[in-house]
Design a protein around this ligand. Sequence first.
Ligand code: NAP
Ligand code: MG
Length: 496
Amino acid sequence: MMTYSMSPKVKQRLAQPQRLLIDGQWSLASDGRVSEVFNPSSGEVIATAAKASASDTERAVAAARRSFDAGNWARLTPAQRGKILWRIGDLLEQYGDEMAELEMLDAGKPFSGTRHGEIPFAADCFRYYAGWCTKIEGATKQLSTVPDQDFHIYTRREPIGVAALIVPWNGPLVQAAWKIAPALAAGCSCVVKPATQTPLSTVCLAELMLEAGVPAGVINILLGSGSSIGQLLAEHPSVDKVSFTGSTEVGKRIIDAAKGNLKKVSLELGGKSPMIIYEDANLDEAIDGAARAIFSHAGQVCVAGSRLYVHESIYERVVQGVADIASRMTVGPATEPGFDMGPLISKGHLNSVFQKVEAGRAEGARVAAGGQLINKSGGYFMQPTVLADTDHSMSVVNEEIFGPVLVVMPFKTMEEVVAMANDSQYGLAASIWTQDISKAHKTAAAIKAGILWINCHAIPDMAVPFGGYKQSGWGRENGYEALLQYTELKSVIAKL
Ligand code: NAP
Ligand code: MG
């Protein structure tokens, strides 16, 4: 077993408290408060981070407001903005080793998967939106209401203003990039608040943004508590837009907080995403795909395939297949290579996941694999868990667990499985496994979810809109659709 030792660059970075970025200046919190940052693979404190106060929040919003109103960013040419966004992507690649090490330490993501997956993906997110900067367009219109007169009518897409971007801990870098890149492409000024648990990569990203040429005040970083400063951002009268990813519960609080000035809100919330395996599926691929869909990043993924519906004729075989994979998986610190699954984010979250599994057991679910905590190196580990013979009266089927826990149920017909898949407060994602293209597309049309995969699961792409039906959210991330959510549309009617 290799023992991880911190690179000198990261060691140096973590020796100081992580700081706030306000109006181009790095600082500690005005009242000097800090919070601890844990490595979920070891339970050790690896850093401290400034805990922004209400007055820090006021200063950050004011800086964003000033920079926006002065046009420091929006008045650059679209090509100039695009070049800076592209440069952020290049810098992310250049600093990829350091970034991946920070995500590994902070979020418990294994190094190699992050270095070759999430880092280039975040870089491509900035490049994707770099391309959109020069392609934000209005339209010309024709008037019918006033005959015999000439008019020139057009629409303009304008940046919405100051955007508060509130990010969760499960994909700290990528989820920050998904918000910051379209907001900057549209010409907004931003205040970014990462999750308390995972500030490290956001701070590093902000340094790279300044290096790339994003002007002071256009990007501000507030570290600290969601229930205090996150809430203040969502309420703030000088904030025009809030984009939030996290729990449905907090999403609803954001809507309430946003009411004061009716700021625009987009929400990417939780899910309980169904996977449907029909009897004619390629079973090896479907079983392997289902296991990946729930166990990658220990199930702490908003689109995790957490409900599995299997045609009754192949039910036992699939349960056994997924349970076999789960039982063979190795679980251990993200800081050591070779494990199939890393830790959960915190001790509190680990306990919550375990309690939910216990509730499922008490409700009568059959534990086909896992179900236990793993005591290893002080980290927050749980066995990959498969709960079979579950039904829709059970909390494990209805509640988002956000851990490595799969519930499995049999079905007979397409009508029945569509009804079961749609019997959820959530509607984020789903996957369908079959060789029959008619069945695949009919099912895809019938499922109420924002993103459907056929014979695969959780493949993201910057060009593909991503977001939820029902209580999985408002609006979409990625694609041109996300960019539009950082703009206002103005119509101009001129009598000639
Ligand atoms: P959460 O409370 O919704 O946190 C997400 C972000 O919102 C964090 O930055 C958090 O800050 C901030 N926040 C918390 N309360 C806020 C408020 N009143 N106003 C504004 N911002 C606020 O999520 P969590 O507690 O970390 O996780 C709880 C559950 O949410 C998970 O078990 C999972 O079910 C779900 N979740 C979903 C996603 C997703 O990708 N859709 C991501 C993460 C979690 P702090 O870090 O300071 O609390
Ligand atoms: Mg929370």
